[in-house]
Design a binder for this molecule. Structure first.
Ligand code: AMP
Ligand code: MG
Length: 334
C-alpha cells in the first residue's frame, strides 16, 4: 500500500486494528481467565488477551504496511513452550473468532514480528497490546496502545480504552473510549463503537492547588509517596486518581485530570516506547505537555526503551513548569 503523507490511511488502519484488539480483550475479560495467564521471566503476567491482541494488530499491520517494523511488548517464545500449549490453543481460538484465516504458525509469527529494535531512522509502529495487564486481570481499566514513529518522532497515536466511560459525568453512559491523534491535526475521541469523533482539549486550569492528578495504581510502577509530596507542595487536597495503563493520558487529553506523574521506583528501570508513544502524542495534540521528570522531551529514537529519560510528567501545559519545580524538590533517584 502506498504511503500517504497525511497519514489518513495509517490513521484508519490503526483505528481498525486497535478496535479489533479491543474486541478480543473484551471477550477474554468477559470470560474467566483461569489458566489463561503465564508468568513472564521478569515476574509480570501475560494473558491470552495480550498475545491475541498483539497477533491481531500485528497481522493487520503486516498486510497493510508490510515494510513497517513493529516494536511491541510481547513475543511468542513462552507460547511455543510445550507446557503452555493449552494457553496457545485458547489464544488461537480467540484470534480465529476475529481473523479466521490465520493458522497457528502465522499467529505465532505475527506475535514475533514485534521484536523490532526501533531507532532514529525510518518508520516503525509501536504497540502495547494490553497496557495495564494488572488492571485487566482485576477486571478494571486497561488500554490497547498503538503509535507510528517516524525518524524518532511519534506522528500518530491510537488508544483504545474499552472500560473507560465516554462521559465521566454519566456513570451509566456508554463504556469504551477511543482516542486518536495525528501530528499537527489535534486530538479526538469517540465512543468505541461509534463513528462520530469529537475534538478534545486539555483542561485550562492554571491554579495548581485545584489540580487533579493521576498516577499508576501499582506503587511498584510509580512511587506514590513522591507524588503525594508534590501534591502537598502544590497545595492540592484532592486525592490522586489511580488508573491503569495509558488511560491516564486519555483522561489528561480530554481534561478530566490536569497532571500525570510517574516516579521511577527502580534505578535501572527504563520506560518503554509502547507504554508512552500513543499517549504522548494524544496529550500533546490536545494542547498538553509531556516530559520526563527533569523536563526533557521524551526521546523515542533510542531503541525499545526511553534510554534518555527518567520518569514522566504530563500536564495540561499551563501547570507544567510549576509542577516541574515541585518535582525537583521531591525527586530522589531510587
Ligand atoms: P501503569 O498501569 O501506569 O502502571 O502502567 C503499566 C505499565 O507499567 C506496564 O505496561 C509495564 O510495562 C510498566 N511497568 C512494569 N514495571 C514497571 C516499573 N518497575 N516501573 C514503571 N513501569 C513499569
Ligand atoms: Mg504497558
Amino acid at each position: 500500500m502506498s504511503k500517504d503523507p497525511s497519514y489518513d490511511i495509517e490513521r484508519r488502519e490503526a483505528i481498525a486494528a486497535v478496535l479489533q484488539a479491543c474486541r478480543l480483550c473484551g471477550s477474554v475479560q468477559a470470560t474467566h481467565l483461569s489458566g489463561g495467564v503465564i508468568g513472564k521471566e521478569d515476574g509480570s503476567p501475560v494473558t491470552v488477551a495480550d498475545y491475541g491482541a498483539q497477533a491481531l494488530v500485528s497481522a493487520h499491520l503486516a498486510t497493510r504496511f508490510p515494510n513497517d517494523p513493529l516494536v511491541s511488548e510481547e513475543d511468542a517464545h513462552l507460547l511455543r513452550q510445550p507446557q503452555n500449549a493449552r494457553v496457545k490453543e485458547v489464544v488461537m481460538r480467540h484470534v480465529a473468532d476475529l481473523h479466521p484465516r490465520l493458522d497457528e504458525e502465522q499467529m505465532l509469527e505475527a506475535i514475533d514480528r514485534g521484536k523490532a529494535s526501533g531507532g532514529s531512522s525510518g518508520r516503525f509502529w509501536t504497540l502495547d497490546p494490553i497496557d495495564g495487564t494488572k488492571g485487566f486481570l482485576r477486571g478494571d481499566q486497561y488500554a490497547v496502545a498503538l503509535a507510528l514513529v517516524e525518524e524518532g518522532e511519534v506522528v500518530l497515536g491510537v488508544l483504545g480504552c474499552p472500560n473507560l466511560r465516554f462521559d465521566p459525568l454519566n456513570p451509566r453512559g456508554p463504556k469504551g473510549s477511543l482516542f486518536v491523534a495525528v501530528r499537527g491535526e489535534g486530538s479526538a475521541m469517540r465512543i468505541m463503537d461509534g463513528a462520530e469523533e469529537t475534538k478534545i482539549q486539555v483542561s485550562t486550569l492554571d491554579d495548581p492547588s485545584e489540580a487533579l492528578f493521576c498516577e499508576s495504581v501499582e506503587s511498584s510502577h510509580s512511587s506514590h509517596e513522591e507524588s503525594a509530596e508534590v501534591a502537598q507542595i502544590l497545595g492540592t487536597e484532592k486525592p490522586p486518581l489511580r488508573i491503569d495503563g495509558q488511560c491516564k493520558y486519555g483522561l489528561l487529553a480530554r481534561g478530566d485530570v490536569s497532571l500525570y506523574l510517574r516516579f521511577p521506583t527502580r534505578k535501572s528501570y527504563r520506560e518503554t516506547l509502547w507504554d508512552h508513544a500513543a499517549g504522548c502524542i494524544i496529550v500533546q495534540e490536545a494542547g498538553g505537555r509531556v516530559t520526563d521528570l527533569q523536563g526533557r522531551p521524551l526521546d523515542f529514537s533510542s531503541g525499545r526503551q526511553l534510554e534518555r529519560n527518567r520518569g514522566i510528567l504530563a500536564s495540561n501545559g499551563r501547570l507544567h513548569d510549576t509542577v516541574l519545580d515541585a518535582v525537583q524538590r521531591v525527586w530522589r533517584e531510587p
